[in-house]
Unconditional design. Structure first.
Length: 325
């Protein structure tokens, strides 16, 4: 598998995202989780992204159970800070997004000490002595606390060699631009804001990242599923997609069919064609989905598709397309 440079180390250009292994939208069994990670490993994937939020610790535990069996220098793992997992005083209601989870629920904490506790607890769940990348997770309403507390802790951990790279993971690009200007970061995980349906990252984030040599770990490539299956009940940004978005996704799907290709292949290859993208982080809930993601990255998308996509102005004119179309 191709590799890319992230700060001071190399990573595979495709990574496995573990939110689905935490039961995103539907429960996942331990056996399916193990088979998913095993299939990714056998395909050559060596970058793994997780977080305390994903299944409220479940994804970290499942990922760590597999990675502990592999040589530590053979892979890179990313996790996140900003949420501590704590058991509620009363019964734990089922979460809107994560199913089949432990009883603990996330509590925001972007303080320096909260981040240090979060790292310690993540390492315990993973069963590892270190992670390679630490990201401040979804500080949308906590910018000041993130800069004054969380990033101060992350810089300390990077300077003492505990982690190799630091940054933030968000579903928006505007605040990431602010972080890029305020904090010496190595990378950002951007979810859903550079896809066939949304190229907002082109406005400011990708240019500033290119200037500052900040790597982009790109998630949400299928926009929570609508670019994998643009049918009834499709999700966009973790919510039910509105009719306008479904119509746009179906138009893209029809164009793909016209040119004898698949929407998922076009969606993935569109994203990784941008030079700002270091790793495409693809979630999967079973081994079949991993194999499908790999196949989509290698599938032939005809040049005529990209040419018509451009001619019909279905993507931002600034977006680079595969093959220079």
């Amino acid at each position: 598998m191709e590799r890319s440079r992230l700060g001071t180390f190399d990573v595979t250009s495709i990574g496995l995202g573990t939110a689905p292994l935490g039961g995103l939208f539907a429960p996942v069994s331990d056996a399916d989780a193990e088979a998913t990670i095993e299939r990714a490993w056998s395909a050559g994937i060596r970058f793994y992204d997780t977080a305390p939020l994903y299944g409220f610790g479940l994804a970290e535990r499942r990922l760590g159970a597999f990675l502990r069996q592999q040589p530590r220098e053979s892979y890179a793992v990313s996790t996140k800070v900003g949420r501590l997992l704590r058991a509620p005083d009363g019964p734990a209601a089922e979460d809107d997004h994560y199913k089949g989870t432990p009883r603990e629920r996330p509590v925001f904490d972007f303080s320096h000490d909260g981040v240090m506790r979060s790292v310690e607890e993540s390492l315990a769940r993973l069963g590892l002595d270190r992670v390679d990348v630490l990201l401040v997770h979804d500080p949308d309403d906590h910018y000041d606390a993130a800069v004054a507390g969380a990033f101060r802790a992350l810089q300390r951990l990077r300077s003492d060699g505990t982690v190799k790279a630091i940054g933030a993971g968000m579903n928006q690009s505007e605040m990431l631009v602010r972080f890029a200007e305020a904090v010496p970061v190595d990378c950002f995980l951007l979810a859903g804001r550079y896809t066939l349906l949304d190229q907002g990252a082109l406005d400011a984030l990708f240019p500033v990242c290119a200037t500052k040599n900040i790597g982009i770990l790109l998630g949400g490539i299928y926009n929570s599923g609508i670019l994998a299956n643009p049918g009834a009940g499709a999700k966009f940004n973790y919510q039910d997609a509105d009719a306008g978005l479904v119509a746009r996704a179906r138009e893209l799907d029809e164009l793909c069919r016209k040119h004898g290709t698949e929407l998922k292949a076009a969606a993935l290859q569109f994203c990784i064609a941008h030079p700002a993208v270091t790793v495409a982080v693809l979630g999967a809930r079973n081994a079949v989905e991993v194999a499908d993601n790999i196949a989509m990255s290698q599938s032939v998308v005809p040049p005529a598709f990209w040419q018509e996509l451009r001619a019909r102005k279905l993507v931002d004119a600034r977006a680079p397309l595969p093959g220079g179309a």
